[in-house]
Write a protein that binds this ligand. Sequence first.
Ligand code: MRU
Length: 358
Amino acid sequence: MCLGVFVTNDQRPDRTACDLVPIAWDEVAGAVRLLDQTALPGRADQRLVRSTADLVQAIAELAVRGAPSLGIAGALGVVVAVDEAAREGWDEARRDAAIDAVRGARPTAVNLAWGVDQVRPLLGQGRDAVLAAALALTEDNLAANRELSRRAADWLLERIDRPRLRAITHCNAGALATAGWGTALGVLRDLHERGRLELVYADETRPLLQGARLTAYELAALGIPHVVQVDSAASSTILRGLVDFAVVGADRIAANGDTANKVGTLGLALACDAAGIPLVVAAPWSTVDLSTADGSGIVVEQRGSQEILQWAGERTAPEGTQGFNPAFDVTPSRWVSVIATERGVVEPAHGTTPRDLA
Ligand code: MRU
């Protein structure tokens, strides 16, 4: 089954109808085209983004989200700023401030700043050089995701002696969070294509439900057997022996392997450790931040209370109650069994770190 709802003019042969494309450059419109992830799965709305202010808002609202997608948003944001500066008659300082605003729109996923930094040095070569570099990052991410997925799947199949594996995942690290294919969900796709995947438990991922809304949507489109569970079921699912491994994406991986990902990942890691099953982190090399020595240097985004104090627009907590809404947590490397990147795999729990791949 393939829902195939996202229309893309991308006709490359390695694209399938199931490949959701969350962010692209629309040459005709001269704008960033986003699949609005706040409306999925009910509606597949698209947004055309022509200003840096709108891009910052789209990033803050999670219309575009997921670390690798944010990297592409950052890179394309530089093109948007250049076009906007030309249109509005901005000087360089104003343009650079707009680029900085995009770069800082969310703090935890290193890919956002990375995407900006990859293309910004090309400003002197002109707008088309910046655009070409941004589009090349998209291609690179797609290739990286396929490669890291293959490596992670190989790693798992070498260690888990079952005909078909049972997995748990958290948040959404699929095509919607990347340039395509996905990272954690890419690993699941790879296993599924090899006929080696039995069932996926997808955590619903409070408060914005990336698991229930987005991961389940992708898994359904791909025909991968899955169930959605509340986040608080995860540790029990793991300790009851219902899954063979956990696989998650990452927003930032420090040099020692400490890993920031959607809040709730740490709980999965602790349960996996207690159950003696692996926690797999699947991420492109662009998510590795060697300039951050360990997790203590990672800024965890705090989001607004309204995301957790209300449900469907109705207040659930008493008036006057404050919320505490960290969007991510940091899993110490001793609980990360393996980090799979396109460069290779390391096993932080056993002493190898991303530094070994540098
Ligand atoms: O707040 P979000 O939805 O941007 O958080 C996304 C995640 O935490 C993902 O798991 C992570 O970015 C990896 S995406 C391949």
